[in-house]
Write a protein that binds this ligand. Structure first.
Ligand code: MGD
Ligand code: MGD
Ligand code: SF4
Ligand code: MO
Length: 737
């Protein structure tokens, strides 16, 4: 074979974060020789980050599981797919038969959203479990965005996206896109997109308790005390609509609740909130002035705003601020996408439900359901608390809740006591080590891809299909095949007999797979061939012919048509949210007690470009260099506590304690400390050789499962009260002989 015959180039979209970067992968004799940004990609135009290279490492990682595994007294044993799937279905069925449907719980983690097959087949498998104990990473992340979108616009995914490429003023609150590459704002190469705002004479302002990578390139950075953003937003609204007057623009005739908003903002003057937020009143006024003056301004808030005790209020007030300044559904403001596969406005069967709230409550704490799920902060207590309806078995799908959810150590203990657990996951990690069986899917390079979710959240309408790079081996299974296999078995067990209908459905779906469903969705979608008899519309075949993707143009104003509320109107002041302002007043304006107890510091998180939640720490290229799991402490606090840079400190919260090295830096506010999440790989019984050597400690051994955004049940990670002191013995001291 000649050299050229043995080499090839493959184009695909990276599935690791939300940015959807196009990759150009070169292979020599089927081995990857380079991964670069695809300059011709219709969306990302050549941008990538260092994590893209990890796709090769993940594929080749000797620790990545390649066969189903069963835990036995003498260790893990390989089992066949048939045996594994039969055993899982039988055991789940047996638990439910004895203890009721809700005795089985499911947890779905973040990578599901980055996986075409899981989006298509995951929900059906979970439905086949027929349990109300459904949990996911949504409730440690974007739940407030979804709740607010549901209440204001009528659909949980009708989330306004910052029009970063046309805005002239971007107010970034609690997001660090230079590390995260953007979230609920799919925008590859955020750095240059932010620079472009500045180059066209606009401004970028960051509000964050830490001077982040994003803050460093912004025109201004404003420190804020963790958990107080709702106050700042109300003060901005006060200036905009109480001192000034609302300018709702083309939406004026379609908006309800404007007066209620003005009434709410009345008391929250910049002067009154300043002592709580730490943001001087003049700063608030100048922020508001610039925001109002800009031709196209947008406020954008992410994780730092969602995962705090007033997460839903924050996301609501952001939408309100954008709306009352005329920036909602306007170029340069906050806009909505029109994706080729439309899970919002498309056919019901291919869509995602609009949302729902409070249809049931969690058994122990009475936390509300949203969109068919309960807050994951309640999972451990549902396992540990005896009584009717206790969770006794668990299915995890692409999740690592021991490291990702508040008070992970408690969940860790809870999982150890389950009657049965199964994990669909490529790794034996902190969570899956508790499983009785692990069912590992193919590697990310062995599957095809289309971003059903992130095209909905992108700053431009594009569409791209990525074929698989490698054919999976005969003994490998896709996630969707595992899910479908389980679903089918569960349905047969429930009926108590094999029916021809069930068998035919199973066979048909197995043959269809995610691709055919994708094709139907594309054809039925707003850019689809169904609406273009002259064959100009999209089909999967068309996307296959466009390896760099297809550009469908910039976002366009689409309200009120795209609204999903029954009245086709925007609810600016939904009752649930208005009522929650009382809680905010009580916590701050009317509070008698000091907001922070003496000696306590407020803990926040942090992301690094080379991390991806908990699961890329087994990639050598991404963990090399200085240890990153350090506690940032302001010099004033360090001096007061007698801490020297680099030494080990013990950090204690209501729920736990960790020991980590300290990094003294004025990048954090006085009174605030910061630790990244996703570490804590020192636990016994995992199989991640590299991660174990740079183990770090888990921030979620400190975060509190009782600290929630009371309205949504979302975890309130930001502002966990902690005490910090010098560690008595170094973290890795060997015991004295
Ligand atoms: N304190 C604190 N906690 C946080 C956060 C924070 O900022 N601070 N961030 C939160 C956020 S935003 C999120 S999204 C969550 C994430 O929470 P999780 O999703 O629970 O955690 P991950 O670390 O993303 O773990 C992903 C798991 O999926 C597996 N996996 C990867 N790819 C695939 C695949 O294709 N198929 C299958 N079956 N499995 C796969 C990995 O091996 C890993 O076990 O963490 C949250 N936790
Ligand atoms: N490299 C990398 N990229 C990622 C991930 C990753 O783990 N690593 N995870 C992916 C996932 S799942 C998600 S959801 C996104 C998240 O994307 P982002 O939300 O952009 O990510 P974070 O870096 O967590 O940004 C949150 C910011 O909020 C600040 N903050 C904390 N508390 C408060 C507060 O009370 N008020 C204000 N104003 N700010 C506060 C923090 O200091 C931090 O800078 O990133 C995605 N991309
Ligand atoms: S920014 Fe995200 S999508 Fe782009 S290469 Fe990095 S990890 Fe992949
Ligand atoms: Mo996330």
């Amino acid at each position: 074979m000649s050299d050229s015959a043995a080499s090839r180039v493959h184009f695909r979209t990276c599935t690791l974060c939300e940015a959807m970067c196009g990759l150009r992968i070169e292979l020599e004799a089927e081995r990857i020789t380079s991964i670069r940004g695809d300059e011709e990609d219709a969306f990302s135009r050549g941008h990538i980050c260092p994590k893209a290279l990890a796709l090769k490492d993940l594929h080749e990682d000797p620790d990545r599981l390649r066969h189903p595994m069963r835990r036995t007294d003498s260790g893990w044993q390989q089992v066949s797919w048939e045996d594994a799937l039969d055993e899982v279905a039988n055991r789940l069925h047996a638990v439910q038969k004895e203890h009721g449907r809700d005795s089985v719980a499911a947890y779905l983690g973040n990578p599901n959203v980055h996986n075409l097959g899981n989006i298509m087949f995951g929900p059906e498998m979970v439905r086949a479990l027929r349990t109300r104990n459904r949990f996911s990473a949504t409730s440690v992340d974007q739940l407030p965005h979804q709740l607010v979108a549901y209440l204001m616009f009528g659909h949980q995914l009708l989330v306004p996206i910052p029009d970063i490429d046309r805005t002239r003023y971007m107010l970034v609150m609690g997001a660090n896109p230079l590390a995260s590459n953007g979230s609920l704002m799919t925008a590859p190469d955020v750095r240059n997109r932010l620079r472009a705002i500045q180059q066209r004479g606009g401004r970028v302002v960051v509000v964050d308790p830490r001077r982040t990578e994003t803050a460093r390139i912004a025109d201004a950075h404003v420190f804020i005390r963790p958990g107080t953003d709702a106050l700042l937003l109300l003060a901005l609204l006060h200036v905009a609509v109480v001192e000034g007057s609302p300018r709702v623009g083309h939406l004026a005739a379609h908006v309800d609740g404007l007066d209620a908003v003005r009434e709410l903002a009345r008391d929250f003057t910049p002067e009154r909130v300043a002592p709580h937020t730490g943001v001087p009143a003049e700063t608030v006024r100048s922020l508001a002035r610039d925001f109002l003056a800009a031709e196209g301004a947008v406020c954008y808030g992410r994780m730092g705003l969602s995962t705090q005790p007033f997460g839903s209020l924050c996301q609501w007030l952001i939408n309100v601020l954008n709306a009352v300044t005329g920036n909602l559904d306007r170029e340069g403001g906050a806009m909505f996408t029109l994706p080729a596969f439309d899970i919002i406005g498309g056919p019901k069967a291919l869509g995602l439900g609009r949302g729902s709230i409070g249809r049931w409550k969690s058994r122990v704490r009475g936390l509300p359901e949203f969109g068919g799920e309960l807050p994951v902060a309640a999972l451990a207590e549902e396992i540990l608390t005896p009584g009717e309806g206790r969770v006794r078995a668990l299915v995890t799908l692409a999740g690592n809740p021991v490291l990702s959810t508040p008070n992970g150590a408690q969940l860790d203990r809870a999982l150890a006591g389950l009657d049965f657990m199964v994990s669909i996951d490529p790794y034996l990690n902190e969570t899956t080590r508790h499983a009785h069986l692990i069912l590992p899917p193919v590697s990310p390079l062995e599957r095809s891809h289309y971003d059903i979710a992130f095209h909905v959240l992108a700053v431009r309408n594009t569409a791209k299909y990525s074929p698989a790079l490698y054919e999976p081996g005969p003994d490998a299974r896709h996630d969707w095949q595992i899910l479908l296999g389980l679903q089918h078995r569960l349905e047969v067990l429930r009926k108590g007999r094999k029916s021809l209908r069930a068998a035919l459905k199973y066979q048909a779906l197995s043959r269809l797979g995610p691709e055919r469903l994708l094709d139907v969705g594309l054809r039925m979608g707003p850019h689809g061939a169904r609406f273009h008899p002259l064959k100009q519309g999209l089909t999967l075949a068309k996307l296959r012919e466009a390896p760099h993707g297809v550009d469908l143009g910039p976002l366009k104003p689409c309200l009120p048509q795209r609204l999903q509320t029954k009245t086709r109107r925007i609810h600016l002041a939904p009752e649930l949210l208005v009522a929650d302002v009382k809680r905010l007043r009580e916590r701050f304006l009317d509070a008698a007690a000091p907001e922070v107890a003496k000696g306590e510091l407020l803990l926040i998180g942090r992301r690094h470009l080379r991390d991806n939640n908990s699961w890329l720490h087994n990639v050598p290229g991404l963990v090399k260099g200085k240890p990153r799991c350090t506690l940032m402490v302001h010099p004033e606090d360090a001096t007061r506590l007698g801490l020297t840079d680099g030494e080990d400190v013990t950090v204690t919260s209501r729920v736990g304690e960790v020991t980590v090295p300290v990094a003294v830096t004025d990048d954090v506010m006085p009174g605030v400390v910061s630790l990244p999440h996703g570490y804590g790989h020192g636990r016994q019984g995992t199989r991640m050789q590299v991660a174990t050597t740079s183990a770090g400690a888990s921030i979620n051994d400190l975060t509190d499962e009782r600290a929630l955004d009371a309205l949504s049940g979302n975890a309130a990670f930001s502002g966990t009260p902690v005490r910090v002191k010098r560690a008595e013995a170094p973290a890795h001291a060997t015991p004295a002989a």
